[in-house]
Design a protein around this ligand. Structure first.
Ligand code: ADE
Length: 250
């Protein structure tokens, strides 16, 4: 048997999926609960990684080494950086980089020492399938969320983007911080706290992976204010709906 792993950093992003797994079995490992069962008729393992690169790397490693995983999907939220990447949009990461990694002058800035690279790629087939799933979910967002949430968050015409996502152990919550990231890494679409660590582990262990993020804020001075309500009322629905749609199709 070979399972699809589904990982998220926050409970809100997983609880809908867990509620749909009536026969799941709990495995406690490394202080985490791994839920093994079926979703949409597919064998899955679902786990809360907790927040940050180390927590995500530990979780991805345990998934790959203990749960017979054939692919790994990370779902969650991110701060929008790229022009035109708005709250409510979805970003599927083609490449991931750790924006807080700097071993210069020994190695170029952002390069992961002894890997000779700063960017880690995700799986092209998974990315295509998740982009398609996200398009369907965004197209039906009013139905999923209810008109009130759509109005409250101004979710007019949400879009799906593909490109570079950057990760670091920081919640980016000022225009100065996000401006500096934008200047240093102009092609970055979004910033979050786990994806690049997961991509590096999956590269090491040979597991195809994907990172799909709903934009919860613009990583600016209002990021903290926007974040909580958005995750509860919007991103949690998007995360589960995109994963369910993917499982139906794949
Ligand atoms: N995840 C969601 N919003 C974020 C932000 N502004 N910074 C880092 N991670 C995030």
């Amino acid at each position: 048997m070979s399972r699809i792993a589904i990982m998220a950093a926050m409970h809100e992003e997983l609880h809908t999926l867990l509620a749909l797994m009536p026969d799941e079995q709990r495995h406690l490992l490394g202080g985490r609960e791994f839920w093994v069962g079926r979703l949409q008729g597919r064998e899955v393992v679902v786990v809360l990684s907790r927040i940050g690169k180390v927590a995500a790397a530990t979780t991805a490693t345990l998934l790959a080494t203990h749960f017979d995983v054939r692919e790994l999907l990370f779902t969650g939220v991110a701060g929008g950086l790229g022009e035109g990447v708005r709250v409510g949009d979805v970003v599927v990461a083609d490449l991931l980089l750790q924006h807080d990694l700097d071993a210069s002058p020994l190695f170029p800035r952002y390069e992961v020492p002894l890997y000779g690279r700063s960017r880690f790629a995700t799986d092209a087939r998974l990315n295509r399938a998740l982009q398609e799933a996200a398009e369907v979910v965004l197209g039906a967002s009013a139905t999923h969320l209810g008109e009130a949430a759509v109005q409250a968050f101004g979710l007019g015409k949400a879009r799906v983007h593909g490109g570079l996502v950057i990760s670091g152990d920081q919640f980016v919550a000022s225009a100065a911080q996000s401006g500096a990231l934008r200047a240093a890494l102009p092609d970055a679409l979004a910033v979050e706290m786990e994806g690049a660590a997961v991509a590096q582990v999956c590269h090491d262990l040979g597991v195809p992976c994907a990172v799909v993020r709903t934009i919860s804020d613009r990583a600016d001075d209002t990021a903290e204010r926007d974040f909580g309500a958005f995750v509860r009322e919007v991103a949690s629905h998007y995360s589960s709906a995109i994963v369910l749609r993917y499982l139906q199709g794949g």
